[in-house]
Structure formats: structure tokens, C-alpha cells
Design a protein around this ligand. Structure first.
Ligand SMILES: [Zn+2]
Length: 94
């Protein structure tokens, strides 16, 4: 088994634009998909980007303002902190 160095949410969000455009190298794509599989926040972001692209035709990192990105990352931080404090499994408890 190959251990892939984990990427954080900031990195993941930065990759999602290229991912959706199919520009991401396979190695990065796999790292991103691995992150998405374990991160609800980034998965939600990916879905949002997909919906945006479906509406707008195409969207890239340049279309995201720095402020929007910062706000988004703050949401991610809070989200993860809350989940960590609750000590609960994020992936649907039941
Ligand atoms: Zn994430």
C-alpha cells in the first residue's frame, strides 16, 4: 500500500478548479479524490462548483475572489473544528 501524503482543505480547494477542467495530473487528482472522500466540506464545495459550471459554462480559480475563498476556508475551519470538538464521526452517524 502506498501512503499518499495528505492534503489539507486549502490545498484541495485550490485543486478543485483544475480538477473540474480535467487539467489536474493523475497523481494530484488521486490525492484530491482521497481528500474529498474523507471531507464533507470539500465535497460540498466540489458539488457547488459543479453546479456553478453547469450554469456558467466554465469557471476557474481566477473566477473566485480572494475574499470569497477566505470566507470559504473559514467555514471549513469552523466546520472541522466543531466536528473535532464533538468527537463525532463526520460520515453520517447512525
Ligand atoms: Zn477538505
Amino acid at each position: 500500500m502506498v501512503l499518499v501524503k495528505d492534503i489539507n482543505c486549502h490545498h484541495a480547494v485550490g485543486l478543485i478548479g483544475e480538477y473540474l477542467e480535467g487539467k489536474l495530473p493523475r497523481r494530484d487528482r488521486r490525492r484530491l479524490e482521497k481528500h474529498l472522500a474523507g471531507c464533507d466540506a470539500c465535497s460540498a464545495y466540489l458539488e457547488q462548483m459543479r453546479a456553478t459550471i453547469a450554469l456558467a459554462g466554465s469557471v476557474g480559480p481566477d473566477d473566485l475572489s480572494t475574499e470569497a475563498l477566505d470566507a470559504l476556508l473559514n467555514v471549513f475551519d469552523n466546520y472541522q473544528r466543531e466536528n473535532r470538538e464533538n468527537g463525532e464521526d463526520v460520515s453520517g452517524a447512525s
